[in-house]
Design a binder for this molecule. Structure first.
Ligand SMILES: O=C(O)CCC(=O)C(=O)O
Length: 279
């Protein structure tokens, strides 16, 4: 079993002022060619190993939701703990550098990752939601979701759909169940101008969205899998606010170096991604 490293060249992940301003307006940014085809093949091989229960780091991901019959969505959380190639991919400074520029943060830490595998002719609806609504234990909404396409995303393969600009509405709705059958759109203020933007991107591209942007996705109607590796990240300035339950709350309590209420997130549950530390 080999592990893959992802070399970093800041020139390839430096954004223009216009791209950063557009993220502020629209709530999302698409960066093409972040990972090469060979790198995506290596990530997919690692993802299949983790799904099969092979962990080169000697421990499982924090959470597995892939044991239902029929399997309609494979969802694993914190695969970075289980596999070195997965860790190298979701923690790469390529993502950290891009996310830091988009939310103008001095540094970026991992919040958690997710491997999402929607099977062909299947998969679930992901109800429209805002990520930060589920992450109220992060006091400041300085979060970005970096969604790495592991397959070419087609209009019929259940792409994410963004409701452009909705990050400006603040906290909106919290669906009761995030996955299921409910594709219903939230009712927005009548005078609020938005449009639906399906994220149709080739594998290796990465879609970035703000923690308050409303988004969801449909089932996969295509004949191929729709896989994504998602790196949910936050500013290094973000602080812990107890209250809402989340996998990360109980996982971080298992570590000796765990943030106390009001402290900045730190410790092994939240690895730093940016800036790059000297070796
Ligand atoms: O991949 C999907 O269909 C939804 C993913 C999502 O909601 C997210 O990564 O925030």
């Amino acid at each position: 079993m080999s592990t893959t490293v992802f070399p970093f060249d800041p020139a390839r992940t430096t954004l223009t002022a216009e791209q950063i301003a557009l993220f502020g307006e629209r709530g999302y940014h698409i960066q093409h060619g972040v990972f090469s085809d060979a790198e995506i093949a290596a990530i997919n091989a690692a993802a299949d190993r983790v799904i099969a229960g092979e962990y080169d780091k000697g421990q499982p991901p924090d959470c597995r939701m892939d044991r239902m019959e029929p399997v309609d969505l494979i969802k694993l959380d914190n695969t970075w703990k289980a596999d070195t190639t997965m860790a190298n991919a979701v923690l790469t400074p390529r993502l950290g550098h891009l996310a830091a520029q988009l939310i103008q943060a001095p540094g970026i830490r991992m919040w958690h990752d997710q491997l999402l595998d929607k099977p062909a002719h299947g998969g679930r609806v992901v109800t429209y939601h805002q990520d930060w609504a589920y992450w109220q234990m992060i006091k400041e909404c300085e979060t970005v979701t970096c969604w790495i396409a592991l397959d070419d995303v087609l209009p019929e393969s259940g792409p994410m759909v963004f409701l452009e600009g909705t990050q400006k509405l603040g906290i909106w709705t919290l669906p009761m169940g995030i996955t299921g059958n409910d594709a219903q759109k939230p009712t927005l203020p009548a005078d609020f101008k938005t449009r639906e933007v399906p994220v149709i991107i080739p594998k290796g591209s990465v879609s970035f969205h703000h923690g308050l942007l409303l988004h969801g996705s449909d089932r996969n109607f295509s004949a191929t899998r729709r896989r994504a590796l998602v790196s949910h990240v936050m500013s290094t300035e973000c602080t812990y606010r107890p209250g809402q339950d989340h996998m990360n709350n109980w996982k971080m309590q298992e570590q000796p170096d765990c943030p106390l209420p009001g402290e900045k997130f730190h410790g092994p549950q939240f690895p730093p991604m940016w800036p790059v530390r000297a070796a």
